[in-house]
Unconditional design. Structure first.
Length: 408
């Protein structure tokens, strides 16, 4: 009975800790499911998600339909947030999407990101050094949360003393973007976070204009001077997006990945003995406990999906974490297998909206797990069960306490 109730209401408290029981039922019985609690279609099978993610008939311009479901008071509070989000490339269709993405796309190619390896390694070592003198830490606060902020800040010329501010702003914006359900002040915090971030990045852009330098912000300014140049508002929105998306998803990848690895000690020992397996292990973390849950699309026209009549303007929730457990694609989908062959996960999306920061996320996680397993021994979970944030869009934990010995 609880399963039926939870399937109808994906905002039910029982759904957060265990979405996969519901998703299994939906994949089996109703893979294209109208969910009254979300007022939209929930798509759960890998093949359907793959097709829709690459179909231009599904729009990413999801912001306005979302705002239509909030009250007048909340809408007033989010007007400033909406103005910034409207310039995010992930919330724009072609041709605007291509223009916004082009400005930095070449700087996030794998060969470009590889040049950041020494810096990432240095930041990882700094944080692990902070574990000294203690035998227990909250891994999220001590490592997973600060690392992405430090890594993404340096290429954009952000001074170290402002990195903590960026992390806090990102966290305050997350509850709004991730559709958190137990944060009554999320609109106020998101409004202030966006205002503070916008002011900070405007000053960053002006400082780079006065004092040119060869970093990602400098290159963004150069792109802004081209024939299809970006406005200052668009550049600010891009910087906010890169900070937010890069910080939140990579922090969750690190925490979720370590949490599950510690529940599979044989796999962890394999990685210690053979670090060359770490890249494959990171792909399994992305597939099995990835930070992205549903991504949203809007039906740009009336259409039929299997037996479902989808109306123009309907919201479609693409359950990435359900597709990751689809047995037609992933043998033994409910087992964490660091040596999985041909891991065709969609954690970074597909098509034109494939995540720009994927090479950075992969490299950062690979370096992090290599150094954590090299320098920490006898790592143990001190948080018996994951304490998941009450969010629909992202899969992230509140805290993750671990104990350990420092190997060196």
């Amino acid at each position: 009975m609880l399963l039926m109730e939870t399937a109808r209401d994906l905002k039910h408290p029982a759904f957060i800790p265990d979405p996969h029981t519901v998703y299994l039922r939906l994949r089996t019985e109703e893979p294209i499911h109208w969910n009254p609690s979300l007022r939209g279609w929930v798509i759960t099978r890998y093949s359907d998600l793959s097709s829709i993610l690459k179909n231009p008939s599904f729009s990413v311009a999801a912001l306005q339909p979302f705002l239509g479901h909030v009250g007048i008071d909340s809408r007033r509070k989010t007007e400033r947030v909406s103005a910034v989000l409207a310039d995010w490339m992930v919330l724009n269709d072609p041709p605007q999407h291509g223009r916004l993405r082009k400005a930095l796309a070449k700087y996030f190619l794998p060969q470009e990101i590889a040049g950041l390896r020494p810096m990432i390694l240095s930041r990882v070592e700094e944080l692990i050094n902070g574990f000294r003198g203690r035998n227990q830490v909250d891994f999220i606060q001590a490592f997973a949360f600060p690392l992405p902020a430090r890594v993404i800040s340096e290429p954009f010329g952000v001074s170290p003393e402002r990195v903590e501010d960026l992390g806090e702003w990102s966290e305050d914006l997350k509850d709004f973007v991730a559709l958190a359900r137990s944060s009554p002040d999320k609109y106020d915090r998101a409004k202030k976070a966006v205002e503070d971030m916008a002011a900070f990045f405007r000053e960053t852009l002006r400082d780079h204009s006065r004092n040119p330098r060869d970093d990602f912000t400098g290159r963004l300014l150069e792109a802004g001077a081209g024939p299809e140049g970006l406005s200052e508002d668009e550049m600010v929105a891009k910087l906010v997006l890169l900070l937010f998306a890069g910080h939140e998803t990579r922090a969750s990848l690190l925490a979720n990945g370590l949490s599950w690895l510690l529940r599979c000690p044989a796999s962890m020992e394999k990685l210690r003995l053979n670090p060359s397996l770490i890249p494959g292990a990171v792909e399994e973390m992305l597939q099995y406990v990835g930070p992205a849950q549903p991504v949203t699309r809007i039906a740009a026209e009336k259409m039929r999906l299997a037996d479902a009549n989808v109306r123009q303007g309907d919201r479609v929730f693409l359950a990435l974490n359900s597709a990751a457990r689809d047995s037609s694609v992933f043998p033994e989908p409910n087992s964490f297998k660091i040596g999985r062959n041909s891991n065709r996960h969609m954690a970074f999306g597909l098509g034109i909206h494939f995540c720009l920061g994927a090479p950075l996320a992969r490299l950062e996680a690979q370096i992090a797990f290599d150094r954590l397993l090299s320098r920490l021994s006898r790592i143990q979970l001190e948080t018996p069960q994951p304490d998941w944030h009450d969010e629909l869009v992202t899969r992230s934990m509140e805290r993750l306490f671990i104990s350990y010995d420092m190997a060196m």
